[in-house]
Write a new protein. Sequence first.
Length: 319
Amino acid sequence: MNPASHRLPGAAVIREVGLRDGLQSIATILPTEHKREWIRAAHAAGQREIEVGSFVPARLLPQLADTAELVAFAKTLPGLFVSVLVPNLRGAESALAAQADLMIVPLSASHAHSLANLRKTPDDVVAEVAKIRAARDAAGSKTLIEGGVGTAFGCTLQGDVDKREVLRLMQALLDAGADRVSLADTVGYADPAMVRELFEEALQIAGDRFWCGHFHDTRGLGLANVYAALEVGVARFDACLAGIGGCPHAPGASGNVSTEDLAYMLGSMGIATGIDIAQLLALRARVAEWLKGETLHGALWQAGLPKTFPVSSSAALTA
């Protein structure tokens, strides 16, 4: 028996980010009705946290121009926690108007990546979070603010990213008023030992305000990195259906951890997710039809569930 197995959480949450992180990284512009079908089917399969889009100018990301409409639709589904990404105060004001449950403000611990991706330094983003918190509180809104620290394990532009800088920025986000913080391996540089070390220290700083791990499978270590995070007590992870997504500053990045593969791994280990994997695979097949010509990833859809898979564990949270 794995000596760490007794420490693994009994349940975990998979936040679906394919509708934002996935679709923003591909050329296809998915019709709004298809996105509604995706959200409806993901909810029916048991997913209860979905990032439905991003409040950015439509001229920059036409793939996400219908985010407000999708928030309104998603909030009609019972028990669904609806999140959006916002790059600045203007985007946050749109998220507040739409009454999203949570808004994620991305910050890159790599100064080079931050300037290339956001045209701001990391500390500029921290200052923006303080403005967003003030606006949220002034509006009397219940929308939560999550500060997402990206390039936490390295950067294709800068190379090394100092762990101390990652932790400093995470603390700065909390001090500026973020309700939650998360860490992302934006470019797929992490390995399990790196994840275990950084996440342990992050939890010491943030405690239960540490919200999520976001891993890319660029070098085939996405699920291994999830396992390392599980070992230190993290139990919420971002994932994209069919493993779509990536980073414009990570050439060759193969996308995010696949939702269906992650749900399978967790269920196989007896960690409840509330997800019906058969329904999830059926949704993946529909999304694959909609995204013909795009590169998709994942292994479970090819091999299927093994006969030994404990079906009851995958849907335990829905009972």
